[in-house]
Design a protein around this ligand. Structure first.
Ligand SMILES: *Cc1c(COP(=O)(O)O)cnc(C)c1O
Length: 425
């Protein structure tokens, strides 16, 4: 399928990503004129001539580049597949990335990317809190392979972050900074540019220290970490990209130079995505902007209602960061929207929170986020139950915190559900 021009123009007009989500990277004449890309549900691809097979393997292993008139060639669906490649091409548009690799899950994307750049004895420096699965991977799994991990608090000052790194005794083996911003479930922010600066300051000749941002919460619509100097962006495509709570997938984006080695490792450890999953994600991308814009708007109304309710102690929502807030400058710099995730502290503790959750009629009690339906969950007992209680307290995750993922329902119906649940508490 060869290299594609990412910036499509009509005259002087640069065509925006949402206008290309229905067509980019696919041509109907490849498939009998089918307007939609078929599902290439096949394990392997036949070579017309033995020499073609030889050439395709050379391209796949990076031994040589395709010459004029040659195409990369399809080999085997663990290495490449049309649905995988078309999805990857489309995903590059939102973050204006050179290259993309898709994975079987967000966790597969994180694991493959980290293992490519961080080796036994090295240090992985990361923000906290993290998505529960990522936290477990970094703190419980990677140390078993000799990889040191060290967390710093989202919202800490630059001095505190650097001091923490220096005091670890492993700063000279720093190989990656991994950040999640806004942090789950508190919506605390991490300054991407600041982390990039910390990484660059420690770069020795020939050892680039990549800064990787998990952009699942706001991206790909409302935050573009590479515009702030980040090297790579990760997504759980299960969330907003998939958007319908019916598929698990992951994404890694960045410059070709950094993504290509990750893709090669993916081929060998088999963490790629399936044709069917990629096809579903292609369908989802067509409505990504519609969905996220609606969720963003609905969340604003829900957050306003919560803020005024007497049974609510505090609302943790990006849209409530005002000029007096210590993170206002970072918020203005990085966030193009407020997203659809709201956490709030109900007056009381776990008992009141559970009573509220059990009284919901339209919201479902479920983990995950970013889908078209609204979900509610209790971080301390669910997504963050494996975080030590004292760490949870430090990160601001209380027994009275509830996290909402706002969907595309009518906002007044969501508010009516929230209101009647409060009446039961
Ligand atoms: C869900 C999630 C992940 C993990 O993704 P899976 O697709 O479930 O493997 C990673 N990071 C964040 C921020 C998430 O919300």
């Amino acid at each position: 399928m060869g290299k594609k021009e990412r910036k499509i123009k009509i005259g002087d007009r640069l065509i925006r990503p949402e206008s290309l989500m229905m067509s980019y990277g696919y041509r109907p004449d490849w498939s009998e004129g089918a307007i939609k890309c078929p599902i290439f549900q096949t394990a392997t691809f036949s070579f017309e001539k033995a020499a073609d097979g030889k050439a395709f393997f050379q391209f796949a292993l990076g031994e040589r580049e395709p010459g004029p008139g040659e195409s990369t060639g399809l080999i085997y669906s663990r290495i490449n597949n049309p649905d995988v490649e078309i999805l990857e091409d489309r995903l590059t548009l939102w973050d204006d990335a050179e290259s993309c690799a898709v994975f079987a899950s967000g966790m597969a994307a994180i694991t493959t990317t980290v293992l490519q750049y961080v080796k036994p004895g090295d240090l992985l420096f990361h923000s906290e809190p993290l998505y529960g699965g990522t936290e477990y991977l970094f703190k419980e799994v990677f140390p078993g392979f000799g990889i040191h991990s060290l967390g710093f608090c989202a919202g800490a000052t630059r001095e505190e972050i650097e001091e923490h790194l220096e005091q670890s005794g492993h700063a000279d083996r720093l190989k990656m900074i991994f950040i999640e911003t806004p942090a789950n479930p508190t919506n605390a922010l991490v300054d991407i540019e600041e982390c990039v600066d910390i990484a660059r300051k420690r770069t020795r000749s020939g050892s680039h220290i990549p800064v990787v941002v998990d952009n699942t919460f706001l991206g790909p619509l409302f935050q573009h970490p590479m515009k702030h100097g980040a090297d790579m962006v990760i997504y759980s495509a299960t969330k907003y990209i998939g958007g319908h709570s019916d598929v698990i997938g992951g994404v890694c984006l960045g410059p070709q130079e950094l993504v290509e080695p990750v893709r090669t490792l993916r081929s060998f450890i088999g963490t790629m995505s399936s044709p069917m999953t990629c096809w579903l994600l292609l369908r989802s991308l067509e409505t990504l902007k519609l969905r996220m814009t609606c969720q963003n708007k609905n969340a604003r109304q829900v957050a306003d209602f919560l803020a005024k309710h007497p049974k609510v102690e505090k609302v943790h929502y990006l849209g409530n960061i005002t000029e007096k807030h210590p993170q206002y400058a970072v918020y203005r710099k990085q966030c193009l929207g407020d997203g659809g995730i709201i956490s709030f502290d109900i007056r009381g503790g776990e008992k009141e929170a559970f009573k509220w959750l059990d009284s919901l009629k339209l919201f479902h009690i479920a983990v995950s986020l970013g889908g078209t339906e609204s979900l509610a969950q209790h971080p301390a007992a669910m997504t963050h139950s494996d975080v030590k209680p004292e760490d949870r307290a430090k990160q601001g995750i209380g027994e009275n915190m509830i996290r909402l993922s706002i969907g595309v329902e009518h906002p007044e119906d969501l508010i009516a559900d929230i209101e009647q649940a409060f009446e039961q508490v």
